[in-house]
Write a protein that binds this ligand. Structure first.
Ligand SMILES: NC(=O)c1ccc[n+]([C@@H]2O[C@H](COP(=O)([O-])OP(=O)(O)OC[C@H]3O[C@@H](n4cnc5c(N)ncnc54)[C@H](OP(=O)(O)O)[C@@H]3O)[C@@H](O)[C@H]2O)c1
Length: 280
Protein backbone atom coordinates (compact mmCIF):
# COMPACT_ATOMS: atom_id res chain seq x y z
CA UNK A 1 0.00 0.00 0.00
CA UNK A 2 1.33 3.36 -1.08
CA UNK A 3 0.17 5.15 2.03
CA UNK A 4 3.32 6.19 3.85
CA UNK A 5 6.90 7.27 3.32
CA UNK A 6 8.20 3.89 4.40
CA UNK A 7 6.11 1.97 1.85
CA UNK A 8 8.18 -0.40 -0.25
CA UNK A 9 8.16 -2.15 -3.58
CA UNK A 10 9.43 -5.72 -3.68
CA UNK A 11 12.25 -6.26 -6.17
CA UNK A 12 12.37 -9.50 -8.17
CA UNK A 13 14.79 -11.05 -5.68
CA UNK A 14 12.45 -10.32 -2.76
CA UNK A 15 14.32 -7.28 -1.40
CA UNK A 16 12.09 -4.44 -0.30
CA UNK A 17 12.98 -1.00 -1.63
CA UNK A 18 11.27 2.22 -0.48
CA UNK A 19 9.14 3.87 -3.15
CA UNK A 20 10.46 7.25 -2.09
CA UNK A 21 13.97 8.46 -1.30
CA UNK A 22 16.31 11.42 -1.17
CA UNK A 23 18.69 12.11 -4.07
CA UNK A 24 21.95 13.86 -3.22
CA UNK A 25 23.45 14.75 -6.62
CA UNK A 26 25.17 18.16 -6.28
CA UNK A 27 24.80 18.18 -2.49
CA UNK A 28 28.21 19.26 -1.21
CA UNK A 29 30.15 16.74 0.84
CA UNK A 30 30.39 17.80 4.48
CA UNK A 31 27.80 19.92 6.18
CA UNK A 32 25.36 20.31 3.28
CA UNK A 33 24.88 16.63 2.53
CA UNK A 34 25.09 15.61 6.20
CA UNK A 35 22.30 18.02 7.18
CA UNK A 36 20.10 17.04 4.21
CA UNK A 37 20.36 13.30 4.88
CA UNK A 38 19.80 13.72 8.62
CA UNK A 39 16.78 15.97 8.09
CA UNK A 40 15.37 13.47 5.61
CA UNK A 41 15.78 10.46 7.90
CA UNK A 42 14.36 12.34 10.88
CA UNK A 43 11.33 13.17 8.76
CA UNK A 44 10.70 9.59 7.77
CA UNK A 45 12.81 9.02 4.66
CA UNK A 46 14.50 5.61 4.62
CA UNK A 47 16.22 5.63 1.23
CA UNK A 48 19.24 7.68 0.13
CA UNK A 49 20.61 7.73 -3.42
CA UNK A 50 24.28 8.63 -3.88
CA UNK A 51 27.06 7.68 -6.31
CA UNK A 52 30.85 7.68 -6.42
CA UNK A 53 30.55 10.56 -8.91
CA UNK A 54 28.75 12.80 -6.43
CA UNK A 55 31.81 12.97 -4.17
CA UNK A 56 29.69 12.95 -1.06
CA UNK A 57 29.67 9.31 0.02
CA UNK A 58 31.64 10.19 3.17
CA UNK A 59 29.08 12.77 4.22
CA UNK A 60 26.23 10.38 3.46
CA UNK A 61 27.92 7.72 5.57
CA UNK A 62 28.47 10.11 8.46
CA UNK A 63 24.87 11.30 8.31
CA UNK A 64 23.53 7.74 8.24
CA UNK A 65 25.62 6.81 11.25
CA UNK A 66 24.61 9.92 13.22
CA UNK A 67 20.95 9.60 12.26
CA UNK A 68 20.86 5.97 13.42
CA UNK A 69 22.35 6.98 16.75
CA UNK A 70 19.97 9.91 17.19
CA UNK A 71 16.79 8.14 16.08
CA UNK A 72 17.38 4.56 17.25
CA UNK A 73 16.87 3.27 13.71
CA UNK A 74 19.00 0.31 12.73
CA UNK A 75 20.97 -0.25 9.55
CA UNK A 76 18.26 -2.61 8.26
CA UNK A 77 15.72 0.21 8.44
CA UNK A 78 17.65 2.20 5.84
CA UNK A 79 18.18 1.64 2.12
CA UNK A 80 21.40 3.05 0.70
CA UNK A 81 22.16 3.14 -3.03
CA UNK A 82 25.45 3.96 -4.74
CA UNK A 83 26.77 3.61 -8.28
CA UNK A 84 30.01 2.67 -10.01
CA UNK A 85 31.32 5.55 -12.12
CA UNK A 86 32.15 5.16 -15.81
CA UNK A 87 35.93 5.51 -15.42
CA UNK A 88 35.91 2.54 -13.04
CA UNK A 89 33.94 0.19 -15.28
CA UNK A 90 35.41 -3.26 -15.99
CA UNK A 91 35.51 -6.32 -13.72
CA UNK A 92 38.47 -5.75 -11.37
CA UNK A 93 38.16 -1.96 -11.36
CA UNK A 94 34.50 -2.20 -10.36
CA UNK A 95 35.34 -4.50 -7.45
CA UNK A 96 37.96 -1.96 -6.32
CA UNK A 97 35.56 0.96 -6.79
CA UNK A 98 32.97 -0.84 -4.68
CA UNK A 99 35.44 -1.24 -1.80
CA UNK A 100 36.29 2.46 -1.93
CA UNK A 101 32.60 3.35 -1.91
CA UNK A 102 32.04 1.12 1.12
CA UNK A 103 35.00 2.62 2.97
CA UNK A 104 33.71 6.12 2.30
CA UNK A 105 30.17 5.21 3.35
CA UNK A 106 31.50 3.34 6.39
CA UNK A 107 29.15 0.44 5.64
CA UNK A 108 29.62 -3.32 5.51
CA UNK A 109 26.82 -3.95 3.04
CA UNK A 110 25.05 -1.84 0.49
CA UNK A 111 21.36 -2.11 -0.35
CA UNK A 112 21.60 -1.32 -4.05
CA UNK A 113 24.60 -0.91 -6.35
CA UNK A 114 24.06 0.41 -9.88
CA UNK A 115 26.04 0.61 -13.11
CA UNK A 116 25.83 4.39 -13.53
CA UNK A 117 25.85 4.54 -17.38
CA UNK A 118 25.97 1.88 -20.15
CA UNK A 119 29.61 2.35 -21.18
CA UNK A 120 30.00 0.51 -24.49
CA UNK A 121 32.31 -2.48 -24.41
CA UNK A 122 32.53 -2.32 -20.62
CA UNK A 123 29.13 -2.71 -19.03
CA UNK A 124 29.02 -6.50 -19.29
CA UNK A 125 32.29 -6.89 -17.36
CA UNK A 126 31.05 -4.34 -14.86
CA UNK A 127 27.85 -6.34 -14.50
CA UNK A 128 29.82 -9.56 -13.81
CA UNK A 129 31.49 -7.72 -10.92
CA UNK A 130 28.11 -6.64 -9.55
CA UNK A 131 26.88 -10.24 -9.82
CA UNK A 132 29.94 -11.35 -7.84
CA UNK A 133 29.34 -8.73 -5.14
CA UNK A 134 25.72 -9.87 -4.95
CA UNK A 135 26.68 -13.55 -4.67
CA UNK A 136 29.23 -12.63 -2.00
CA UNK A 137 26.45 -10.99 0.00
CA UNK A 138 28.01 -7.50 -0.09
CA UNK A 139 24.99 -5.92 -1.75
CA UNK A 140 21.35 -6.84 -1.34
CA UNK A 141 20.30 -5.83 -4.87
CA UNK A 142 22.03 -4.85 -8.11
CA UNK A 143 20.85 -2.81 -11.02
CA UNK A 144 21.64 -0.41 -13.79
CA UNK A 145 21.07 3.22 -14.62
CA UNK A 146 20.47 5.01 -17.91
CA UNK A 147 19.90 1.76 -19.79
CA UNK A 148 17.65 1.82 -22.85
CA UNK A 149 15.67 -1.31 -23.78
CA UNK A 150 18.42 -2.43 -26.18
CA UNK A 151 21.08 -2.07 -23.45
CA UNK A 152 18.99 -4.21 -21.11
CA UNK A 153 18.39 -6.83 -23.80
CA UNK A 154 22.09 -6.96 -24.61
CA UNK A 155 23.09 -7.21 -20.94
CA UNK A 156 20.55 -9.94 -20.21
CA UNK A 157 21.84 -12.11 -23.08
CA UNK A 158 24.91 -12.93 -20.99
CA UNK A 159 23.83 -12.07 -17.47
CA UNK A 160 23.36 -14.67 -14.77
CA UNK A 161 21.27 -12.28 -12.72
CA UNK A 162 18.71 -9.92 -14.19
CA UNK A 163 19.01 -6.30 -13.00
CA UNK A 164 16.55 -5.57 -10.23
CA UNK A 165 16.35 -1.81 -10.91
CA UNK A 166 16.84 0.60 -13.82
CA UNK A 167 17.25 4.22 -12.71
CA UNK A 168 16.61 6.65 -15.56
CA UNK A 169 15.68 10.25 -16.24
CA UNK A 170 11.90 10.30 -15.84
CA UNK A 171 9.43 13.16 -15.46
CA UNK A 172 6.23 14.36 -17.16
CA UNK A 173 8.22 15.61 -20.20
CA UNK A 174 10.01 12.24 -20.52
CA UNK A 175 7.60 9.47 -19.65
CA UNK A 176 9.77 6.63 -21.05
CA UNK A 177 6.74 4.68 -22.28
CA UNK A 178 8.56 1.91 -24.16
CA UNK A 179 11.14 1.41 -21.41
CA UNK A 180 8.47 1.46 -18.74
CA UNK A 181 6.47 -1.29 -20.48
CA UNK A 182 9.60 -3.39 -21.03
CA UNK A 183 10.71 -3.06 -17.40
CA UNK A 184 7.23 -4.02 -16.15
CA UNK A 185 7.25 -7.13 -18.37
CA UNK A 186 10.70 -8.07 -17.09
CA UNK A 187 9.99 -7.25 -13.45
CA UNK A 188 12.75 -4.65 -13.39
CA UNK A 189 11.79 -1.79 -11.09
CA UNK A 190 11.94 1.59 -12.82
CA UNK A 191 13.33 4.46 -10.75
CA UNK A 192 13.12 8.14 -11.65
CA UNK A 193 16.09 10.48 -11.58
CA UNK A 194 15.47 14.20 -12.04
CA UNK A 195 11.80 13.56 -11.24
CA UNK A 196 11.32 17.35 -10.96
CA UNK A 197 13.23 17.87 -14.22
CA UNK A 198 15.79 19.62 -12.04
CA UNK A 199 13.30 22.39 -11.31
CA UNK A 200 12.27 23.11 -14.92
CA UNK A 201 8.63 21.98 -14.63
CA UNK A 202 7.64 23.88 -11.55
CA UNK A 203 5.79 26.68 -13.38
CA UNK A 204 3.77 24.47 -15.71
CA UNK A 205 0.14 25.67 -16.00
CA UNK A 206 -1.43 22.18 -16.33
CA UNK A 207 0.42 20.95 -13.28
CA UNK A 208 -0.47 24.13 -11.38
CA UNK A 209 -4.15 23.59 -12.07
CA UNK A 210 -4.03 20.02 -10.78
CA UNK A 211 -1.95 21.09 -7.79
CA UNK A 212 -4.39 23.84 -6.82
CA UNK A 213 -7.31 21.43 -7.04
CA UNK A 214 -5.63 19.10 -4.52
CA UNK A 215 -4.17 21.85 -2.33
CA UNK A 216 -0.69 20.53 -3.15
CA UNK A 217 2.45 21.93 -4.81
CA UNK A 218 3.51 21.12 -8.36
CA UNK A 219 6.46 19.13 -7.01
CA UNK A 220 4.09 17.02 -4.92
CA UNK A 221 1.81 16.38 -7.91
CA UNK A 222 4.75 15.22 -10.05
CA UNK A 223 6.10 12.93 -7.33
CA UNK A 224 2.65 11.44 -6.74
CA UNK A 225 2.38 10.83 -10.52
CA UNK A 226 5.64 8.84 -10.33
CA UNK A 227 4.29 6.68 -7.52
CA UNK A 228 0.91 6.08 -9.15
CA UNK A 229 2.80 5.00 -12.29
CA UNK A 230 4.72 2.42 -10.25
CA UNK A 231 8.01 4.31 -10.47
CA UNK A 232 10.35 4.71 -7.48
CA UNK A 233 11.29 8.36 -7.03
CA UNK A 234 14.25 10.16 -5.40
CA UNK A 235 13.87 13.95 -5.60
CA UNK A 236 16.90 15.92 -4.49
CA UNK A 237 16.73 18.80 -2.07
CA UNK A 238 19.08 20.20 0.50
CA UNK A 239 16.43 22.64 1.74
CA UNK A 240 14.65 21.48 4.89
CA UNK A 241 11.15 22.64 4.00
CA UNK A 242 11.39 21.14 0.51
CA UNK A 243 12.73 17.82 1.82
CA UNK A 244 9.62 17.68 4.01
CA UNK A 245 7.25 19.02 1.34
CA UNK A 246 8.40 16.53 -1.31
CA UNK A 247 7.67 13.54 0.89
CA UNK A 248 4.19 14.73 1.83
CA UNK A 249 2.55 12.86 -1.03
CA UNK A 250 0.93 9.93 0.73
CA UNK A 251 -2.31 11.64 1.73
CA UNK A 252 -3.90 12.40 -1.63
CA UNK A 253 -4.59 10.65 -4.89
CA UNK A 254 -4.52 11.85 -8.48
CA UNK A 255 -7.64 10.87 -10.39
CA UNK A 256 -7.48 8.94 -13.66
CA UNK A 257 -8.22 12.23 -15.39
CA UNK A 258 -5.37 14.02 -13.58
CA UNK A 259 -3.02 11.18 -14.56
CA UNK A 260 -4.12 11.44 -18.21
CA UNK A 261 -3.56 15.20 -18.23
CA UNK A 262 -0.06 14.76 -16.83
CA UNK A 263 0.66 11.92 -19.26
CA UNK A 264 -0.28 14.39 -22.00
CA UNK A 265 2.74 16.56 -21.12
CA UNK A 266 5.13 13.92 -22.45
CA UNK A 267 7.40 15.19 -25.25
CA UNK A 268 10.14 12.55 -24.95
CA UNK A 269 12.26 15.51 -23.92
CA UNK A 270 15.52 14.92 -22.08
CA UNK A 271 17.12 17.39 -19.74
CA UNK A 272 20.24 15.24 -19.38
CA UNK A 273 22.29 13.24 -21.90
CA UNK A 274 20.90 10.45 -24.09
CA UNK A 275 22.35 7.09 -23.00
CA UNK A 276 23.01 6.34 -26.69
CA UNK A 277 25.14 9.43 -27.03
CA UNK A 278 27.23 10.50 -24.05
CA UNK A 279 30.92 11.21 -23.90
CA UNK A 280 31.91 10.82 -20.26
N1 LIG B 1 21.65 7.85 -12.40
C1 LIG B 1 21.90 9.03 -12.92
O1 LIG B 1 22.54 9.17 -13.97
C2 LIG B 1 21.38 10.24 -12.21
C3 LIG B 1 21.45 11.50 -12.83
C4 LIG B 1 20.95 12.60 -12.14
C5 LIG B 1 20.40 12.45 -10.89
N2 LIG B 1 20.36 11.20 -10.28
C6 LIG B 1 19.78 11.00 -8.93
O2 LIG B 1 18.46 11.49 -8.92
C7 LIG B 1 18.31 12.49 -7.91
C8 LIG B 1 17.28 13.52 -8.30
O3 LIG B 1 17.62 14.13 -9.52
P1 LIG B 1 18.21 15.61 -9.63
O4 LIG B 1 18.86 16.00 -8.37
O5 LIG B 1 19.05 15.67 -10.85
O6 LIG B 1 16.95 16.53 -9.95
P2 LIG B 1 15.50 16.80 -9.28
O7 LIG B 1 15.33 15.99 -8.07
O8 LIG B 1 14.52 16.70 -10.39
O9 LIG B 1 15.59 18.35 -8.92
C9 LIG B 1 16.42 18.85 -7.93
C10 LIG B 1 16.32 20.39 -7.95
O10 LIG B 1 14.99 20.79 -7.64
C11 LIG B 1 14.98 21.63 -6.48
N3 LIG B 1 13.81 21.24 -5.70
C12 LIG B 1 13.62 20.09 -4.99
N4 LIG B 1 12.42 20.05 -4.44
C13 LIG B 1 11.80 21.20 -4.76
C14 LIG B 1 10.52 21.75 -4.47
N5 LIG B 1 9.65 21.09 -3.73
N6 LIG B 1 10.23 22.96 -4.98
C15 LIG B 1 11.11 23.64 -5.74
N7 LIG B 1 12.34 23.17 -6.05
C16 LIG B 1 12.68 21.96 -5.58
C17 LIG B 1 16.28 21.36 -5.75
O11 LIG B 1 16.71 22.51 -5.06
P3 LIG B 1 17.17 22.56 -3.51
O12 LIG B 1 18.14 21.44 -3.28
O13 LIG B 1 17.79 23.90 -3.41
O14 LIG B 1 15.92 22.43 -2.69
C18 LIG B 1 17.21 21.04 -6.91
O15 LIG B 1 17.70 22.23 -7.49
C19 LIG B 1 19.75 13.05 -7.79
O16 LIG B 1 19.96 13.81 -6.63
C20 LIG B 1 20.54 11.78 -7.85
O17 LIG B 1 20.52 11.10 -6.60
C21 LIG B 1 20.84 10.11 -10.94
Amino acid sequence: MLNNLQATTTLHNGVKMPWFGLGVYKAQDGDEVIQAVKIAIKNGYRSIDTAALYNNEEGVGQAVSEAMEETGLSREDLFITSKVWNADQGYESTLAAFELTMTKLGLEKLDLYLVHWPVNGKYKDTWRALEQLYKDGRVHAIGVSNFHVHHLQDLMKDAEIKPMVNQVEYHPRLAQLELSTFCKEQDIQLEAWAPLMQGKLLDNATLQEIASKHGKSIAQVILRWDLQNGVVTIPKSTTEHRIIENADVFNFELSAEDMEQINGLNENLRNGPDPDNFNF
